[in-house]
Design a binder for this molecule. Sequence first.
Ligand code: TYD
Ligand code: MG
Length: 530
Amino acid sequence: MGKLHAIHRCEACGSSQPRWAGRCPVCGEWNSLREELVLPHTPGSAGGGHGPSGSFAGVVPQALSEVDIEGHPGMPTGLPELDRVLAGGLLPGSATLLGGEPGTGKSTLLLQALASMAVAGRRCLLIAAEESAHQVRRRASRLGADVPGVFVADAAQLPAVQVAIAQLVPDVVVVDSIQALTNPELASPAGSVGQVRECALALASLAKVSGFALVLVGHVTKDGALAGPRALEHLVDTVLNFEGDRYLSLRSLRAVKHRFGPTGETGLFEMGERGLTGVQDPSALFLGDRLAGSSGSAVAVSMEGYRPVLVEVQALVGRPSTLPRRVVTGADPGRVGFLVPVLDQRAGATVGGSDIYVSVAGGARVTEPAADLAICLALASSCWGRPVPPDLVAVGEVGLGGEIRRVGAMAKRLAEAKRLGFERALCHSVAPTLRRALSLAFGDGSGEVFGHGYGDNCDARAAIGPGAARARAAAAGGPARAVSGPGEARAGAARGTGAAGAGGTARGAGPQLKRRRPRLSVMVNDLGAI
Ligand code: TYD
Ligand code: MG
């Protein structure tokens, strides 16, 4: 086999040049040449790069069904939230990239994972390319991660790393970080795209041949400006993003690419004095400090991967302004901007000309359109100064026409709401329009609809308890009458009063209000049935 030598390959057209140039002489693309190491082309070789070289004899196609997978089980990391995202654990021979902004806790997470895997009998190697072994030890002591079975090598050069791996023969190797590693055969500096790609490629190939699970740490800046980790995404099997505000304790871990399982699953952690702890009950955490009964607050049920999570959406509608401000935290600002005119023009909640602040409490993040309805409720609630009923969750996408759309995984969402003690859910099947949803939530004078007699004779509570069957039977007949009867007329009247921000005059309208209540309990019965 010939000696490796450096070439410069164009990322745009793939042509290779012996020397670096600002512009590719073949395709004319600027700044597209990246340094890489290749084998010289010899007859019988695959012709360079890190692809297979030498003879192909002996590669016999195998029936897929006969490929042995029993001998390649995933290795659980022992951190349930990490294993959830990895769909079981790390696979031997796989390469995983853990990306995130500096300070989010990548080193902490992986040190804890290594310690846990070492306790389970795995040989774990940490390549500390940024920190010294002393620093790692100090941190490990604080985390309780200084257990036998975790080895550390403070090496920043690729050949030294390869030697360390050959000596230890580990089950898992963590490289922290790939940007600090260099291959001395390349002239480019540490952290450059050429170095990062070359080192990652060499280690990923070694992992495949040797059968250890490789995890590379990659720092990403807020705008993804540092190209290194992005350039690696197609080289690895799994890409995990670790996110979180360094000033808040909550961290979330998502798989954006995963060859061995589903993506979209989210792991949640809290950073504390002794490192990261998995959040087992995120809904309880996010709703923990909720001031139930205050205006400008509504509860949404969002899907974090396959797990429903209840979050509190808070809104504050300020004074009318000629240049209204929109400040959004934890939700999609574009989505909020879209909902404001819908509230204005389709539902009579005039929030558009005022400063608007929307925040998802507790550092949680919702990007799903299913949170639209809760955002609208919170905004209308703040605008009118009337609280959303404390035992109500809102789930639904809001369309430009003011319609409320169905969302997926409803049964899971409602089961989670029920588990957390919520008794009513406002969604597409009870309120097909936003106007109707606001009318139901704030009622014809919300105090009467949701407060009067609710605890004594409301079929909602019975529906979840032993009287569920009776309540369901009552609700089955109730809604139709409420829609076509005088109840609907009153609901229509309520729109006017609600839109004007008045308290409404529903007092004394007991029978009609009672008839409307089962309409909300349609979903309550669903909660009861789950
Ligand atoms: P670190 O894992 O070094 O982040 P990264 O590798 O992503 O750059 O974690 C850095 C932050 O985490 C740092 O601001 C301190 C904080 N931290 C704790 O709050 N508790 C702990 O036990 C540890 C180890 C770190
Ligand atoms: Mg670090």
